[in-house]
Design a protein around this ligand. Structure first.
Ligand code: ADP
Ligand code: MG
Length: 658
């Protein structure tokens, strides 16, 4: 391909359709070719179609007729991705209004063009510094664009255009905003680039500027009216470096996003703060539910045994009816037979079975020569544990445990110490076989005072003796004591439900503590999720808020998006920048939410532990992670629309956006 031109336009026509069907011709049959090392000035009045032509050459505008052929390849045959790569690798854009990104430093403005090339950060930095040296801005690398003069700004723009070592530089009125002297310097700089074998195409409406180059192409009304060669082109053969394009790396896009966010720090912090409220409430509710469940289970566990499966023969009401009064049974529920006890003891996973009986009415106690009636007494069970003994110990044979309220009626003293070791006399009025009254008697020593009468195992019982003690006292009167309740103990809590099922299959009734606990947990969980669900509504609000803010951000940065597209950023890269921003925003609000929840939980726990003796808010690391994750996810989802709007912006129109 000896005679291949660097750039060739064949019969390029362009027209705009106006509001009506009327279409206005902007470029008319433009055919022209350019070679490397040329310094071409396109000269024409304002509105003659110069910028339109540049945009078509630069791959910013593909809505035209005719062909643009670069190194033998027509742009028309290129896919969008290839056009992006073409802009990135072959073209350097310079604009009249500089179009630098204001919040990036001079160095970063140059480096951003290289972000999308496969070079390491170090290499990019080195390369950018070299180019800045070439354009004479070595000592201004750290400055922001607005700290520079117009000429310096244009040098930065030139440096950026050079960053990817392009074959063609398109400069649209590069000296339009500069004074004469500075203009001269910029033209010299462009000439020195042409000298290296780069094709420079500048647009100008000034004859003086046009005279500087090697060739003047005059346009009028979208038509080339003259093509004038002033000097020989530079024939230097530009070394072509094999360039490998790549996407803007995720890290680079996060860095960019970080910078952008800092730029609007106040606004972003406020939005994150607003967004955090939802997540904050949700994790606080979940932690509270968690804490309350644990607290309740703890309370139940310390007072009651979760391994216990209580067994009664049938409902007490039924029992009384069915019963019809067998001799020595006046204990509430129907009594268990030896056979029943064997059945329960034989059930799978039952470790042991404890007999329990309650005697209601019929009981008197004589203490210190005074008579007291007991509404109910019961036999001792394993659910009465040492921990609940207020004073003294659990009762062994011929001892009795009294509840605090009964103890109170026996002594006028504040403590029950004086009662321990004292003896009482117990009388139970039973009926013998022929309905003749029999009194069961026993002298008992008070071993201890039991505090938990309300949630104790047998409601209303004021005194507890061991089953064998009571059995012994009954047998003295030739009466047989029969249990009205059997306490089956499971080996493990997981077996409780199965035992309960087996008990019911055998025709008995049971409501083990573990089942109650499970139910309590279920209700608390339901309440928790309900509250968390209500709190989650505010997540929707935060999502919408983030969406709106990102939309605003897209609008604010339309021009910046245009610049990035012009220097080769793909739609994907733009989407990535906004994606990173929404993710960062979500992460930030997640951090605020979790920190807030942590602080509040510590404060509230301090207050609550005074009244409940427990830390009711249990903020687990899982909840914190969940909070961060959910916040980020919501934000990213909210960012989808704005990101894709940003990516879809037309690069040419974005650049023209004021
Ligand atoms: P120059 O750069 O030579 O000043 P342009 O190429 O920018 O001129 O514009 C050429 C003509 O195209 C102008 O008359 C302008 O009004 C018109 N034009 C540019 N963009 C649009 C557009 N998006 N829709 C309609 N007309 C446009
Ligand atoms: Mg123009």
């Amino acid at each position: 391909m000896k005679n291949m031109k660097l750039l060739e336009l064949k019969h390029v026509n362009k027209s705009y359709k106006l509001a009506g069907k009327e279409s206005v011709s902007i470029l008319r049959d433009v055919s022209i070719s350019f070679e490397s090392g040329e310094f071409v000035s396109i000269l024409g009045e304002s509105g003659s179609g110069k910028s339109t032509l540049m945009n078509i050459i630069g791959g910013m505008d593909s809505d035209y007729q005719g062909d643009v052929i670069v190194q033998g390849k027509t742009l028309r045959s290129m896919k969008e991705k290839e056009i992006d790569a073409y802009r990135k690798e072959k073209i350097g854009f310079i604009f009249q209004s500089f179009n630098l990104i204001p919040h990036l430093s001079v160095l970063e403005n140059v480096m951003i063009a290289m972000q999308m090339l496969d070079k390491s950060e170090k290499e990019r930095m080195k390369c950018a510094m070299e180019i800045l040296k070439e354009v004479g801005l070595m000592n201004h690398a750290k400055k922001r664009p607005n700290q520079l003069s117009g000429g310096q700004k244009q040098r930065v723009a030139i440096a950026r255009a050079l960053a990817n070592d392009p074959e063609i530089i398109l400069a649209d009125e590069p000296t339009g905003s500069l004074d004469q002297e500075t203009s001269g310097q910029i033209l010299e700089l462009l000439d020195s680039i042409a000298k290296k074998g780069v094709l420079i195409i500048t647009v100008t409406h000034s004859q003086k500027v046009a005279d500087f180059g090697s060739r003047i192409v005059s346009v009028e009304d979208g038509r080339i009216i003259e093509d004038q060669f002033l000097k020989e082109r530079y024939t230097t053969v530009k070394g072509t470096v094999q360039k490998k394009g790549k996407n803007l790396s995720l890290i680079a896009s996060f860095k960019l996003a970080m910078k952008n966010m800092r730029l609007k720090a106040k606004r972003n912090i406020l939005v994150a703060l607003g967004g955090s409220i939802g997540i904050f409430s949700v994790i606080l509710m979940l932690s509270l539910g968690n804490g309350v469940t644990d607290y309740m289970n703890d309370e139940i566990n310390t007072n009651l045994n979760p391994l216990l499966v209580d067994v009664v023969k049938s409902d007490e009401a039924e029992a009384v009816e069915e019963q019809g009064g067998p001799p020595n049974q006046q204990m509430g529920g129907a009594p268990f037979t030896e056979e029943d006890i064997a059945t329960i003891s034989g059930l799978k996973n039952v470790e042991r079975v404890e007999k329990v009986t309650t005697i209601r009415g019929k009981t008197n106690v004589i203490y210190s020569e005074k008579n007291y009636e007991l509404p109910a007494m019961a036999t001792l069970t394993d659910t009465i544990i040492k921990g609940n003994i207020e004073e003294g110990t659990l009762p062994s044979e011929n001892e009795v445990l009294l509840t605090t309220s009964f103890a109170q009626s026996l002594t006028s003293e504040v403590t029950y110490e004086s009662l321990i070791g004292e003896s009482i006399k117990l009388f139970i009025n039973e009926m013998g076989e022929n309905n003749q009254p029999i009194t069961v008697e026993r002298e008992l020593i008070i071993s201890g005072i039991y505090a938990q009468e309300d949630i104790g195992p047998i409601e209303g019982a004021s005194a507890y003796v061991s089953y064998t003690t009571l059995e012994d006292a009954y047998s003295e009167q030739k009466l047989i004591l029969q249990p009205v309740q059997l306490n089956a103990y499971a080996k493990k809590q997981v077996d409780v439900e199965e035992i309960k099922a087996d008990v019911e299959k055998a025709g008995f009734v049971s409501s083990p503590i573990a089942s109650i606990m499970e139910q309590v947990t279920t209700y608390v969980n339901m309440a928790t999720w309900l509250l968390a669900g209500i709190a989650a509504i505010s997540l929707l609000v935060s999502g919408i808020m983030i969406l709106v803010v990102l939309y605003i951000s897209v609008v604010e940065r339309t021009r910046e998006i245009g610049i990035l597209r012009a220097i080769g950023a793909r739609k994907k890269d733009i989407r990535r920048i906004f994606f990173s921003e929404s993710a960062l925003m979500g992460l930030l609000s997640g951090v605020i939410a979790v920190t807030g929840a942590l602080v509040i939980s510590i404060l509230l726990n301090n207050v609550l532990s005074n009244s409940f003796g427990a830390e009711l808010i249990q903020l687990s690391p899982e909840y914190m992670l969940f909070g961060m994750g959910a916040s980020t996810l919501i934000s990213v989802i909210a960012g989808l629309l704005p990101s894709s709007k940003a990516a879809k912006l037309d690069p040419m129109e974005s650049l023209r956006y004021e």
